[in-house]
Write a protein that binds this ligand. Structure first.
Ligand code: AMP
Ligand code: MG
Length: 413
């Protein structure tokens, strides 16, 4: 395995080429559990919605022409026949000069073609006086006006939320065909890393990455499986990674990818199958040692240990792949323009991502301030940042007052 830093653009390109694996297949899910799932096929309506002409108001079903010319001081007079309720097939037939009381949502009885609102009428005994004319189909929702039989109502690839699930319910469906959710094994490495919930001995830190990365996986449509912390030991790493590859569709590791004497992850990953590691370091900051492999059909992203670097590189490189695997269409990155309040420096020859916070200045202009990242170690950095500003490889800095594009990390999904 040869270690050469790829440019960020090269890395993105090979990832697109090597890891364009498509969706994992489909399965059926109950409609009530389909939230945030991705529709696996186009849905064609087998019925007209509404299935019958129905009244959109409480009032009286009439023949519109019987009301023509009706006014406040010159009402049309109609003979009332009875009542049409919701949920039943009307038995009444409205003839010339006749009308039937009707409620919102009830089927228009035969012979009627419009509904007069109750507010525009007055009933005395069996006589209804109508003070306002209606046109044909007024206050009537026609059969199929909402959805027509044979119409494609939802398309494969749509993410199911409240309204989409409502549409499927309107069709009478209780199950829906969706893409399988990619299972992503998440494991952390490092002798100092301790699982939250356990006691924290001297010299140790809690595992941040497994938690932040697992959540990012969920946000991207995957199902994270936390496989715990693996010490910096070749045999243990191999065992844990084998298990991860056997039980998941994608693997995320953090830590142990740098050039330290205990950074074994890349070589172990590479030994687990073909084609192996194809990115060993990227000319970016932060996240330079990021390592990407394909083992059989399973992408393995080995991210650096620094929490900010790990989450940023997940966002930049792994998330688009995970979204494709889950059947979601290309990532829509949200950006906003803002003015830099102070000079932002880049790392020489590397694509630099500066974590920033958005603010308003005194003149209410949108400005960005870089969030101190230190050695890209702090998780609080990410919690404070709204997004990042990208500085190209050939730029030394962005000057105060320059306009920059901020890629939003929060609400980016
Ligand atoms: P490494 O990439 O293994 O050299 O780790 C770089 C830095 O990130 C070190 O300070 C580690 O202690 C820290 N680190 C590694 N893994 C984690 C983790 N899972 N959670 C929090 N910090 C970590
Ligand atoms: Mg380590």
């Amino acid at each position: 395995m040869f270690r050469r830093l790829m440019t960020f653009e090269e890395a993105k390109q090979v990832i697109n080429e090597q890891l364009n694996l498509g969706v994992l297949g489909e399965e059926e899910t109950p409609l009530l559990e389909a939230y945030n799932r991705v529709l696996g096929e186009n849905v064609v309506s087998a019925l007209d919605i509404p299935p019958f002409n129905r009244s959109t108001v409480d009032g009286y079903a009439v023949k519109a022409e019987d009301t023509f010319g009706a006014e406040e001081n010159q009402p049309a007079k109609l003979a009332t026949l009875g009542m049409v309720s919701v949920g039943e097939q009307p038995k009444i037939r409205v003839g010339k000069g006749e009308t039937a009381e009707i409620v919102t949502g009830a089927p228009i009885p035969e012979g009627a073609d419009a509904v007069v609102m109750v507010e525009d009428t007055d009933k005395t005994g069996f006589e209804l006086r109508v003070f306002r004319a209606v046109t044909r189909d007024e206050n009537v929702m026609k059969r199929g006006a909402d959805i027509k039989k044979g119409e494609t109502v939802l398309k494969a690839g749509q993410v199911l939320g409240a309204s989409e699930i409502g549409v499927l319910a309107a069709l009478g469906l209780t199950k829906v065909q969706v893409f399988k959710v990619p299972v992503v094994a998440v494991l952390s490495t490092g002798a100092e890393v301790t699982e939250p919930g356990k006691e924290l001995p001297d010299g140790k830190i809690y595992d941040i990455n497994a938690y932040s990365l697992s959540t990012a996986v969920r946000e991207s449509g995957g199902k994270p499986v936390y496989l715990g912390v693996v010490p910096d030991d070749k045999a243990e790493l191999r065992k844990a990674l084998k298990h991860a590859l056997a039980s998941a569709d994608m693997v995320l590791t953090s830590g142990g990818v740098s050039v330290g004497p205990k950074d074994f992850t890349p070589q172990i990953v590479n030994s687990l199958g073909e084609p192996g590691v194809f990115i060993s370091g990227i000319a970016v900051k932060p996240g330079k040692p990021t390592t990407v492999a394909l083992i059989g059909k399973k992408p393995v992203f080995s991210l650096p240990g620094h929490p900010t670097s790990a989450l940023l590189q997940f966002h930049l490189l792994a998330r688009p792949i995970l979204q494709l695997m889950s059947g979601r269409s290309a990532t829509e990155v949200k950006t906003v323009k803002a003015l830099a309040v102070a000079r932002m420096f880049s790392a020489k020859g590397r694509r630099t991502f500066v974590m920033v916070k958005l603010k308003r200045d005194k003149s209410n202009r949108r400005v960005v301030e870089s969030v101190e990242t230190g050695a890209s170690g702090a998780i609080s950095t990410l919690a404070k940042a709204d997004g990042f500003v990208e500085i190209p490889e050939n730029h030394q800095f962005i000057d105060a007052g320059e306009e920059v594009v901020v890629t939003l990390l929060k609400g980016a999904l």
